[in-house]
Design a protein around this ligand. Structure first.
Ligand SMILES: Cc1cc2nc3c(=O)[nH]c(=O)nc-3n(C[C@H](O)[C@H](O)[C@H](O)COP(=O)(O)OP(=O)(O)OC[C@H]3O[C@@H](n4cnc5c(N)ncnc54)[C@H](O)[C@@H]3O)c2cc1C
Ligand code: FES
Ligand code: FES
Length: 485
């Protein structure tokens, strides 16, 4: 059993032991490595000032480097990873092309957000080598970065000004096959870090070991991407300062990697990030992939997992209505074996689930709807397009023959203590034509009566009720070709 995290930072091998393993990546970089180019502003994943590139094996490509928020990642998760910070970007001869463009386009004033913007932009250019920036896709890529003084136009101008022929890969400069092999060898052994003051972090390498540890320590928090947990820790809502913690991290369990697509059947491992799911479903369930485009920010999706969204169990979790409408099942695994349960049976109340103390969610599976015989749509309503949590979400899967509905699955989030499946509405839809405006209006009214929303800071009870009906009306307009997507 290893007692040290092994990672590379800007091409150099580092080991981290004891209390330091419990720090956030940004605190460790700044306080212990004096790499203070990485800034911390919000410490909750919202502003992108702390963006660094993290590469690790697994997922949909071997060794993919992606921008992530270092303020909500815990050091233990970086075991086996290669972290690139702003200090790695400038070249011996001077500024990197992205930095040059930021200066020449006046993309920086106070400079506090600038390292985060440069790292996020680099992530984009690393994935699109040799390409000029397309303003729209760069703007989408930068939704996780806030600037309070320069404004976004000069920053987008800078991205457009980056010359591909002058843009050298920062990853290629610092990463190599030898680094990958060193990390691979070092992380074949499980990790156990104990600290008198801070607690215990365990990271097994196999599912068998994972479930044995889960049985032995049912109180241990499971850590997947840490995007929900990291915010709670920073706000001291979980493990207040000074308290000991016990955590079980999934980051070494490669069996739980990736999205497996076999024909129309899709299985998502507990380690698959939301970014991987978005890419894997683009051609298969395009509406869910598009919904993921407005999920959080690229930085959050590069760390957060689909299973974490499901396991967190918030009634406004963006992916959950879609998984209800797709008839998804969850694999719950313990030392006693694995069982598949329908996602609806998993939730028993507000953030309550039927997961036993010795179980964890290992996979999600569903069948992608056949577009020739069904309609699948997913919607998210929030107060701003980017980086906002929905106040109402809905998903519909309508099977039809010759345009007449033969079976329906209808699910709403944000209108009850859990995501709701509206069975009576589904029954009422059978036999209805996809283009029958009058029947559609009566079902919309039925939906407004069936949901049970509450008023809170995000929206009123009446607003949520009306939106629930209106999302179904919107689907009707779309199906009748009366609205452009
Ligand atoms: C800035 C920001 C923006 C966000 N925007 C959105 C948004 O637009 N929409 C949205 O829905 N969410 C959003 N979130 C919430 C979060 O990113 C998602 O819920 C994400 O999917 C969580 O995944 P994770 O892997 O990071 O989970 P973690 O934080 O690692 O875990 C979340 C919870 O699930 C448990 N858990 C994790 N894996 C398992 C498992 N395999 N078995 C059992 N329990 C498990 C953990 O113990 C924890 O209680 C946002 C968060 C932040 C910080
Ligand atoms: S400091 Fe704001 S996202 Fe990390
Ligand atoms: S340059 Fe000041 S916050 Fe962006």
């Amino acid at each position: 059993m290893r007692d040290a995290i092994v990672l590379f930072v800007n091409g150099a091998r580092r080991e981290v032991r004891g209390d330091s393993a419990f720090l956030t990546l940004s605190d460790w970089l700044r306080d212990e490595r004096r790499l203070t180019g990485t800034k911390v502003v919000c410490a909750e994943g919202d502003c992108g000032a702390c963006t660094v590139l993290v590469g690790r094996p697994g997922g949909d490509r071997p060794w993919r480097f992606d921008p992530v928020n270092s303020c909500i990642l815990t050091m233990a998760q970086l075991d086996g990873a290669h972290v690139l910070t702003i200090e790695a970007v400038a070249e011996r001869e001077g500024l990197h092309e992205v930095q040059r463009a930021m200066c020449d386009s006046h993309g920086s004033q106070c400079g506090f957000c600038t390292p985060g913007f440069v790292m996020a932009m680099l992530g984009h250019f690393e994935h699109h080598p040799g390409e000029r920036a397309d303003r729209k896709s760069v703007a989408n890529h930068l939704t996780g970065n806030l600037c309070r003084c320069t404004g976004y136009l000069p920053i987008l101008d800078a991205a457009e000004d980056v010359r591909p022929e002058h843009t050298r890969s920062v990853v290629a400069r610092h990463h190599s096959e030898a680094v990958a092999q060193t990390l691979d060898l070092a992380t074949r052994e499980s990790l156990q870090i104990r600290s008198e003051a801070r607690g215990t972090i365990l990271a097994p390498t196999t599912v068998a070991e994972l479930v044995a540890l889960r049985a032995a320590r049912p109180e241990a928090r499971i850590i997947a991407g840490n995007t929900d947990l990291g915010v709670l820790v920073n706000k001291q809502k979980l493990w207040p300062a000074g308290s000991a913690r016990s955590a079980l991290s999934l980051h070494l369990v490669r069996e739980l990697d990736g999205v497996v697509v076999d024909g129309r059947s899709v299985t998502v491992g507990a380690r698959a990030t939301l970014g991987e799911v978005e890419r894997a479903l683009a051609g298969l369930v395009p509406d869910l992939s598009s919904l993921l485009r407005v999920f959080a920010s690229p930085q959050i999706k590069n760390a957060g997992t689909l299973v974490g969204n499901v396991a967190n169990g918030s009634p406004i979790g963006d992916t959950i209505p879609s998984l209800f409408a797709l008839g998804a099942e969850l694999e719950l695994t313990s030392e006693r074996g694995a069982r598949w349960v329908s996602i609806e049976r998993y939730y028993t109340g507000y953030k309550q689930t039927s997961l036993a103390a010795d179980e964890l969610v290992t996979r999600v599976r569903f069948t992608a709807p056949d577009p020739a015989a069904s309609v699948f749509r997913a919607y998210k309503i929030c107060q701003r397009r980017d980086l906002d949590i929905s106040f109402v979400g809905a998903a519909f899967c309508l099977e039809h023959r010759d345009g007449v509905i033969t079976a329906a699955r209808v699910a709403y989030g944000g209108v009850g203590p859990t995501v709701l499946r509206l069975s009576e509405v589904e029954r009422a839809l059978v036999g209805v034509s996809l283009r029958d405006e009058r029947a559609w209006e009566s079902v919309a009214a039925q939906i407004e009566a069936a949901v049970s929303p509450r008023s809170d800071l995000r929206g009123s009870e009446q607003g949520r009720r009306l939106l629930s009906g209106n999302l179904f009306r919107k689907l009707g307009f779309e199906l009748r070709g009366e609205v452009q997507q």
